[in-house]
Ligand binder design. Structure first.
Ligand SMILES: Cc1cc2nc3c(=O)[nH]c(=O)nc-3n(C[C@H](O)[C@H](O)[C@H](O)COP(=O)(O)OP(=O)(O)OC[C@H]3O[C@@H](n4cnc5c(N)ncnc54)[C@H](O)[C@@H]3O)c2cc1C
Length: 473
C-alpha cells in the first residue's frame, strides 16, 4: 500500500502531524524503533515532572514554613517512587498516544527506518523489531526522530560510566552524592530533584552562571535558591577527567575561581544538551540537508531540501519543547497535504524550567532587544513585592519586564517564582497582543495570585517598588 504520509518517530511532532493528516482524510503510517510516545511522555516531561512534584512534597514536609504547622520528611523509597512514576507514564502513554493512534486510525510499525530510493523517488526501508524488513512508500515523508543526550569528550567518562536524564530517572537506589554536569533546564531540574530526595548534589556549569541563557537576574535568583537548599554550584567549570566507577568516582575539574581540583562523587549525571537524531537515516542519499549540529534544515514551512520530505520537532534543532514539536508537526502535515502555507510563530514562545522556584520566560531578553538596536526600558520586581508570595511565605525570585523605550511595548517577560510557570501564559498573550506596560498595569489581575506580579512589575515603570499596592491603578 502507498500512504499519503509516512512519519518516522512517534513523539509530539509525529503525533501532531498524524492527527492533522487523519483529520484531512489522509492515510498515515508511523514508524517507531523505541517506545511509542517518544521522549516527552516516556523519558522527558512527564516522568521528570512527576518526580519533581514528589520531591517538592518531601522538601515542603522537611521545612518549617508556617508557624504552628510541624511536618517532617521520612526516608525515600526510591524503588516505590520510580514504580509509581512508571505506572503514571504507562497510563498517560496509553491515553495520549497508543489509544489515539488506534482511534484516529493509523498503522504503527515497530522498527528502524532509513531512506532508500534516491532523492527523486524516496522510499523508507524499515528494519522491523522481529528481524524482518518492510518497505514503506508514501506521497510525502515526515522525519520526526527527536534528539538524544549529547555526551562531552571527557577523559575516562565512558569507562567510569555516567547517568543521563533517562537513566537517572530509572535509578532504584538513591546515590549518596552526585555531580551534575550542565546547569541549564534539564541539569537544574534533575539536580534539585535528587537534592530534595536526599542526595548531596553539586552542579558544574561551563558558563559563568546557572541558567546561562536566561536573564542575569534570573540566574542570580536561581543560584540563591539552590545555594539555600545546599546544592553546590561550580560555574565557569570545565570537567577534564573522571576516574572510578560504580558508586565512587573522582572528577578532575577547573573553575574560574581556582586551580585544578578533584571532586569525589557517587554518581555523575551528564546534562549538557541534546543533539538531533539523524544517524542511520541516510538523509544524504534522500537529498535532505543537515546543519553543523546534525539538525535537519527546513524552510519555515518545515520542508527539507527534498520537496517530498518534511521534518519537525527536536530533530530540526529549534527550541526543544513538546508544544513546539507539535506545532511544527501539525504545520508540516497541513502544508504537505493541504498546501496550507502554515508557519510557526516563535515571537512570544513561553518556556518553563520546573525548578522550585520555577524559571519562566517569554519573548526577548534585554540583551536580545538591545542587540536588535532597540533601546530597552526594563524593570525588575522582587517576588517579595507580590502579595501572593508574601502570604505563601515564599518570596524567592524576581519578575523582569523588558519593554521598548519610548513606546513601552512589552517585548519580554522573565520570572523566577513559585507559580512563574502559570504566570507566563498571560505574559505570552500580552507580548503577542503587543500590549504596553501601561496596558499591563491597568489590566485585571486577581489579588493573591502570582500573575499579579505581571501587573505590579508594569506598575513599577511609574512608581517606586516600595509604593506599589493592589489598590493603586
Ligand atoms: C528530562 C527532559 C524533560 C523535559 N521536559 C519538558 C517539559 O517539561 N516540557 C516540554 O515542553 N518539553 C520538555 N522536554 C523536551 C521534550 O520532551 C521534547 O522537546 C519533545 O519530546 C520532542 O519531541 P519530538 O517529537 O521532536 O521527538 P521525540 O519525542 O524524541 O520522538 C522521536 C522518536 O523517534 C524515534 N526514532 C528515532 N530514529 C528513528 C528511526 N530511524 N526509525 C524509527 N524511529 C526512530 C525515537 O525512538 C523517538 O521515540 C524535556 C526533555 C527531557 C529530556
Amino acid at each position: 500500500m502507498r500512504y499519503d504520509l509516512a512519519v518516522t518517530g512517534s513523539g509530539g511532532a509525529a503525533f501532531a502531524a498524524a492527527i492533522t493528516a487523519r483529520d484531512a482524510g489522509a492515510s498515515v503510517v508511523m514508524i517507531e524503533r523505541g517506545t511509542v510516545g517518544g521522549t516527552c511522555v516516556n523519558t522527558g516531561c512527564v516522568p521528570s515532572k512527576a518526580l519533581l512534584a514528589a520531591a517538592a512534597a518531601r522538601h515542603d514536609a522537611s521545612g518549617r514554613r508556617f508557624p504552628g504547622i510541624a511536618t517532617q520528611a521520612g526516608p525515600v523509597d526510591i524503588a516505590a517512587l520510580a514504580g509509581g512514576k512508571d505506572d503514571l507514564v504507562a497510563a498517560m502513554r496509553a491515553r495520549k498516544y497508543t489509544d489515539l493512534a488506534a482511534d484516529y486510525g493509523w498503522e504503527v510499525i515497530a522498527g528502524t527506518a532509513r531512506f532508500t530510493g534516491g532523492p527523486d523517488a524516496p522510499v523508507l526501508q524499515v528494519r522491523r523489531g522481529d528481524g524482518g524488513t518492510t518497505t514503506v512508500e508514501a506521497g510525502h515523508y515526515l522525519v520526526a526522530t527527536g534528539a538524544a543526550p549529547q555526551i562531552p569528550p571527557i577523559a575516562g567518562l565512558e569507562q567510569a560510566g555516567y547517568l543521563t536524564s533517562t537513566t537517572a530517572m530509572g535509578l532504584t537506589e538513591l546515590p549518596e552524592s552526585m555531580l551534575v554536569i550542565g546547569g541549564n533546564a534539564v541539569g537544574l531540574e534533575l539536580a534539585q530533584l535528587f537534592a530534595r530526595l536526599g542526595t548531596r548534589v553539586t552542579i558544574a556549569e561551563a558558563l559563568d552562571r546557572l541558567a546561562p541563557f536566561d536573564e542575569p537576574e534570573v540566574s542570580a535568583a536561581v543560584e540563591d535558591a539552590f545555594d539555600r537548599e545546599g546544592i553546590g554550584i561550580l560555574t565557569a567549570a570545565t570537567v577534564m577527567a573522571v576516574r572510578g566507577d560504580g558508586t565512587a568516582r573522582s572528577v578532575t575539574l577547573t573553575t574560574a575561581a581556582g586551580p585544578e581540583r578533584e571532586l569525589a562523587c557517587g554518581q555523575m549525571l551528564v546534562a549538557v544538551g541534546r543533539r538531533p537524531v539523524t544517524a542511520g537515516l541516510r538523509l544524504d542519499a534522500a537529498g535532505v540537508k543537515t546543519g553543523r549540529h546534525g539538525e535537519i534544515i527546513t524552510d519555515e514551512y518545515q520542508r527539507t531540501a527534498n520537496p517530498r520530505i518534511w521534518a519537525a520537532g527536536d530533530v530540526t534543532g529549534g527550541p526543544q519543547f513538546v508544544y513546539v514539536a507539535a506545532a511544527q508537526g501539525s504545520a508540516a502535515a497541513a502544508n504537505t497535504l493541504l498546501g496550507a502555507g502554515r508557519t510557526v510563530d516563535y515571537a512570544a514562545l513561553p518556556k518553563v524550567t520546573f525548578t522550585s522556584p520555577a524559571i519562566a520566560s517569554a519573548g526577548l531578553t534585554e540583551a536580545e532587544l538591545t542587540g536588535q538596536g532597540v533601546a530597552c526600558d526594563c524593570r525588575v520586581l522582587p517576588a517579595s513585592a507580590v502579595p501572593r508570595a508574601i502570604v505563601a511565605r515564599d518570596t524567592r525570585g524576581v519578575v523582569k519586564l523588558v519593554a521598548e523605550a519610548g513606546t513601552g511595548r512589552v517585548r519580554g517577560v522573565h520570572a523566577v517564582a513559585d507559580g512563574a510557570g502559570e504566570m507566563i501564559t498571560a505574559a505570552s498573550y500580552a507580548i503577542r497582543a503587543q500590549m504596553t506596560v501601561t496596558d499591563l498595569a491597568q489590566a485585571w489581575a486577581p489579588y493573591l495570585t502570582m500573575s499579579e506580579g505581571l501587573r505590579l512589575a508594569a506598575q513599577a515603570f511609574t512608581r517606586d517598588v516600595s509604593r506599589l499596592s493592589c489598590c493603586a491603578a
